[in-house]
Design a protein around this ligand. Structure first.
Ligand code: ADP
Ligand code: MN
Ligand code: MN
Ligand code: MN
Ligand code: MN
Length: 379
């Protein structure tokens, strides 16, 4: 029987989720496991090395350290098999992991750590998918402008049958309207995952600035920022790792696809809020306008790195601008660039680039943004 009513009974959803957890190869956090996690570590530290693969996904593996490092420079380089992650050919498969940032580990707690890494080839050049390297150079070159970013990461939760979580089997929920910032059964799903991720981010030192339920049922958003320079990409990638990792424990999948459901359903974006020191000072509107003028001239170059399948999302409908055309406006959610009403009123602050898709790489977005508004490395 296909039910088109919104919201299956909570006990059915819970039963489904428990089945998914039981069937998953990952741990479910039972009392049984807790017993082992409470065992002393005898001075050893577990370091989870995390990197970005060839498919915009995250990978990780753990090693034991004999001592807690005081800083990232003390962490050893490591390596992995790049032919298994789409990052290297089989005959030259060793990829090196160079630690770039360290965070407290909310899963293992104690002195255990998460280690974000850059990927380098054996011949000493950055791996093809290492977008951090160039981004860091641009941020370093323009650090006198003190660029700040705030990213709004939207995503959708899927169940083990690859259906949006909580949607009626073989059917659709009621039309959009009650879900955005919704409260109550049948309006929001998996608030437990959202809360767990929020707290895990805070524990790890991620500058998560908020969360909200989104327009599509089972779609959520969290924001990270403001972050300065290269820290933006580092923090967003770590927050994505934490989200996948938390959801794994609940038997639920995270989709960063920009148009998870075709049709009259909102897509997912990665709105990028930007400011420089000059924009944040009184009279800063002039610098915001200068930046928008430069952005208008490089629309295609920006779109090229603003995520895959973004054509499905940037249709000019569902609170987006059209992918073919650059536009901007005050408080206009149908444009490429939005100047918040409060910023226009005060005459300084920041602007929002609404074009990036939810699956875009934050190093590529913030890198090209700085290149366009502050100048390339050659200048
Ligand atoms: P929206 O109104 O578009 O939904 P959000 O409140 O979801 O915006 O997100 C705004 C983001 O912009 C937050 O991450 C916030 O930290 C960030 N932000 C605020 N001020 C600045 C600034 N001056 N420069 C860059 N980012 C900023
Ligand atoms: Mn091995
Ligand atoms: Mn938002
Ligand atoms: Mn949003
Ligand atoms: Mn926004």
């Amino acid at each position: 029987v296909v039910t088109l009513e919104l919201g299956r009974r909570p006990e059915i959803l819970i039963a489904e989720r428990e089945r998914a957890m039981a069937g998953s190869t990952t741990v479910s956090y039972t009392e049984n496991l807790r017993k082992y996690l409470d065992l002393p570590q005898n001075g050893s530290i577990q370091a989870e090395y995390i990197w970005i693969d060839g498919n915009n996904g995250v990978r990780c593996k753990t090693r034991t350290l004999t001592k807690k490092p005081d800083n990232v420079e003390e962490l050893p380089e490591w390596n992995f098999d790049g032919s298994s992650t789409g990052q290297a050919p089989g005959e030259d498969s060793d990829i090196y992991l160079r630690p770039v940032a360290v965070y407290p580990d909310p899963f293992r707690r104690g002195d255990n750590i998460l280690v974000l890494c850059e990927c380098w080839n054996s011949d000493g050049v950055p791996n093809k998918f290492n977008y951090r390297h160039d981004c860091a150079k641009l941020m370093e070159a323009h650090k006198d402008q003190v660029p700040w970013f705030g990213l709004e990461q939207e995503y959708t939760l899927f169940d083990e049958l690859d259906q949006p979580f909580g949607w009626p089997r073989g059917g659709f929920p009621g039309p959009q309207g009650p879900y955005y910032c919704g409260v109550g059964t049948g309006k929001v799903y998996c608030r437990d995952i959202v809360e767990a991720h929020y707290r895990a981010c805070l524990y790890a030192g991620i500058k998560i600035s908020g969360i909200n339920a989104e327009v599509l049922p089972s779609q959520w958003e969290y924001q990270v920022g403001p972050c300065e320079g290269i820290e933006m990409g580092d923090q967003l990638w770590m927050s994505r790792f934490l989200l996948h990792r938390v959801a794994e424990e609940f038997g639920v999948k995270i989709s960063f696809h920009p148009k998870p459901i075709k049709g009259d359903w909102n897509g997912s974006g990665l709105h990028t809020n930007v400011s420089t020191a000059a924009m944040r000072a009184p009279g800063g509107m002039k610098y915001i306008e200068d930046a928008i003028e430069k952005l208008a001239k490089r629309h295609k170059e920006h779109i090229a790195v603003y995520g895959d399948d973004n054509t499905m999302r940037l249709t000019g409908k569902h609170e987006t601008g059209n992918i073919e055309q650059f536009s901007y406006g005050v408080a206009d959610r149908g444009s490429s660039i939005r100047i918040p009403r409060s910023v226009a009123k005060e005459g300084y602050g920041y602007f929002e680039d609404r074009r990036p898709a939810s699956n875009a790489c934050p190093y590529q977005i913030t890198g090209i943004m700085i290149e366009t508004i502050c100048g390339s490395l050659e200048q």
